[in-house]
Write a protein that binds this ligand. Structure first.
Ligand SMILES: N[C@@H](CCC(=O)N[C@@H](CS)C(=O)NCC(=O)O)C(=O)O
Length: 204
């Protein structure tokens, strides 16, 4: 089987993919990079990801970048893990919507909270519209404990990671729906393993 290598800085957005890899359960290697030492900007790493960012995932000869794309890829590539909604399933459209919602709506909204613009952009200009609408939409979506009904999917890894991170830094309101959803995610052995391994790496 083609080797999986995660280009990773612990903790960072590549921790989203580490969690996903733990959910998938296939063996993988870690290529560790230091953000503080600027190692993502080294010529060697820029050959892997010209954006100078982690995560990147090597799978055999292929390199995939962008956390949500990697999660989507892994879920489809290893369907036995049960983390995807396959092509042909009528729920696939909604599943993809949530996978894209993470990087296109949730993340920019949270980053705008953390580092507000001097001049506020008009709602029409922002892909996420406005913060309160986004929070209402997400609170409703996660209120059942999973985004795709009974099935835990890669979309929960992407959206769950965003909400978890935003709650950690108090960038979103502590709505009961978020507290309960993230609390439920924290119970997942794969997330616990990923977090413990990242802590070890960060302490080393
Ligand atoms: N759009 C990328 C963003 C990745 C990203 O910003 N990664 C940060 C770590 S959290 C990084 O590599 N920063 C290093 C740098 O910009 O030098 C994704 O979602 O994967």
């Amino acid at each position: 089987m083609a080797k999986l290598t995660l280009y990773h800085a612990a903790p960072s957005r590549s921790s989203i993919v580490r969690w996903m890899l733990e959910e998938v359960g296939e063996p993988y290697d870690i290529h560790l990079l230091s953000l503080t030492k600027g190692e993502t900007r080294s010529p060697g790493y820029l050959a892997v990801n010209p954006m100078g960012k982690v995560p990147a995932l090597g799978h055999g000869d292929v390199i995939i970048t962008e956390a949500a794309a990697i999660c989507t890829y892994l879920a489809d590539e290893f369907p036995r893990a049960g983390l995807n909604v396959p092509i042909g399933d009528p729920r696939r459209g909604i599943y993809l919507k949530w996978l894209f919602f993470g990087p296109s709506c949730l993340e920019p909204a949270v980053i705008d909270r953390a580092a507000p613009r001097k001049d506020e952009a008009r709602r029409e200009m922002l892909g996420y519209g406005d913060f309160d609408t986004l929070m209402n939409v997400l609170a409703k979506a996660v209120s059942a404990g999973r985004l795709m009904g009974e099935q835990f999917t890669a979309a929960d890894v992407v959206i769950g990671s965003g909400l978890r991170w935003a709650m950690m830094f108090k960038l979103i309101p502590e709505r009961p729906e978020f507290v309960s959803y993230v609390g439920r995610l924290e119970q997942r052995p794969a997330l616990q393993r990923a977090t413990a391994k990242d802590k070890e790496l960060a302490a080393a």
